[in-house]
Design a protein around this ligand. Structure first.
Ligand SMILES: Cc1ncc(COP(=O)(O)O)c(C=O)c1O
Length: 395
């Protein structure tokens, strides 16, 4: 095994030293070592990939579909994505030059942020949120500006945006994620329209991570791109809608001029996504079966959400109703104060239930827990019983 030459360690990208520790994975790793623990930590569907998508991947392999695809993804998948965006959200994107298939939304986040950021640039991020935006911004030499939305039910209001811009007038981009990881909160059509109106007067590039857009329970998802398409990059993919996290297919859609550098950055990182995975995603986005598979999973998530939210409220947690994704962001009962890391650690060690401390999701997350219901109803019921016992004992 090689040993790293010590002197070269000082020469690496210094921005690694500015990164905050990635709490989620470490916490999950620690919790996983506790025997008999029930985990409500995961941010990925517990369902298998639906059969039509699996078959499409198998067919792609059997057909020797094994060469470099076009950088922006196969024509079939880009057409399927254009259909999906039109069918679900009324958005029109040209598959020739306004859509790039990425290796998961994760790569989409990197490709879009690297398109925008020069060292020292500020990026506004509505928090609490998926911490990757802050991490990537930092690694690229930028500075994330967290906008705490907890006082507004986790919605970024036009007023809050304007206040933030007054203090950070040169910010380059605004990152929004809705339905949200970790809060499950999503924007109504009126809320997103109002925010878009406030953004319209600025030169902010909006990076809208809408990866959970197919998992909205009451009503439907409205993309911010509907109102400000000329300054929005929409990130989405098959990971959550089609339970395909391991296949690694995401996409970015945006106006042609902006998509030029985005696609160039993407190609430098990965050349193109993998052929069988893209074949599977094509079936997911283009077919009736793909749409039905999502609806079936959504119905199961909704049943779990309804149970979990009601049960946690009974135990004294305060919850802003989550209308999307598969997370509940629960504020600790008052007697436990605001130390979510201590609560989650004790709950894991004594109560044998793993959830993620809210503080890991940025400003506004402290005092909360992210509880994922991407697990069976039976697991959720066991977890709720254990949380009740834990609270009774701690009281
Ligand atoms: C908000 C958000 N964006 C992006 C991702 C990553 O998606 P993908 O697996 O497609 O890279 C996740 C995964 O949990 C997420 O919660």
């Amino acid at each position: 095994m090689p040993t790293t030459k010590p002197t070269i360690m000082k020469k690496l990208n210094k921005n690694f030293g500015r990164l905050k520790p990635v709490g989620i994975r470490e916490f999950d790793y620690h919790a996983s070592t506790i025997p008999g623990i029930v985990k409500l930590t995961l941010g990925e569907p517990d369902f298998n990939v639906p059969e039509p998508m699996k078959q499409a991947a198998i067919k792609s392999i059997k057909d020797n579909d094994s060469h470099y695809a076009p950088g922006n993804g196969t024509v079939a998948l880009r057409k399927a994505i254009a259909h999906f965006m039109q069918d679900r959200y009324g958005l029109t994107y040209n598959p020739d030059n306004e859509i790039a298939v990425t290796v998961g939304a994760t790569e989409g986040i990197y490709a879009s942020l690297t398109t925008v950021i020069n060292p020292g640039d500020e990026v506004l991020v509505a928090t609490p949120t998926f911490p990757l935006y802050m991490a990537v911004t930092t690694l690229l030499g930028g500075n994330p500006v967290e906008i705490d939305t907890s006082a507004d039910d986790f919605i970024l209001t036009p007023t809050k945006l304007k206040q933030t811009l007054a203090a950070h007038p040169d910010a380059k981009a605004l990152v929004l994620n809705y339905p949200s990881n970790p809060t499950g909160v999503t924007y109504t059509r009126d809320q997103i329209k109002a925010l878009a109106n406030a953004v319209k007067d600025t030169d902010l590039v909006v990076i809208a991570d809408e990866i959970y857009s197919e998992l909205v329970y009451n009503g439907t998802h409205t993309s911010i791109a509907e109102f400000i398409p000329g300054q929005t990059l929409v990130l989405n993919g098959a990971s959550k809608s089609h339970a395909m996290t391991g296949y690694r297919v995401g996409f970015i859609a945006g106006p042609k001029e902006l998509m030029g550098p985005v696609s160039a950055a993407h190609a430098m990182m990965v050349t193109a996504a993998s052929d069988p995975a893209m074949a599977a995603a094509t079936a997911g986005f283009a077919t009736k079966e793909g749409k039905q598979a999502t609806l079936k999973m959504k119905a199961a998530y909704q049943e779990r959400r309804d149970f979990l939210v009601a049960a946690l409220r009974k135990l004294g947690f305060t919850i802003t109703t989550p209308n999307g994704a598969f997370y509940v962001f629960a504020k600790l009962p008052a007697q436990f104060g605001t130390d979510d890391i201590k609560f989650a650690t004790d709950l894991a060690e004594k109560g044998k239930v793993a959830v993620i401390p809210g503080a890991y999701f940025g400003a506004g997350g402290q005092g909360h827990l992210r509880i994922s219901y991407a697990t069976s109803l039976a697991n959720i019921k066991t977890a709720v019983n254990r949380i009740k016992e834990f609270i009774d004992e701690e009281n």
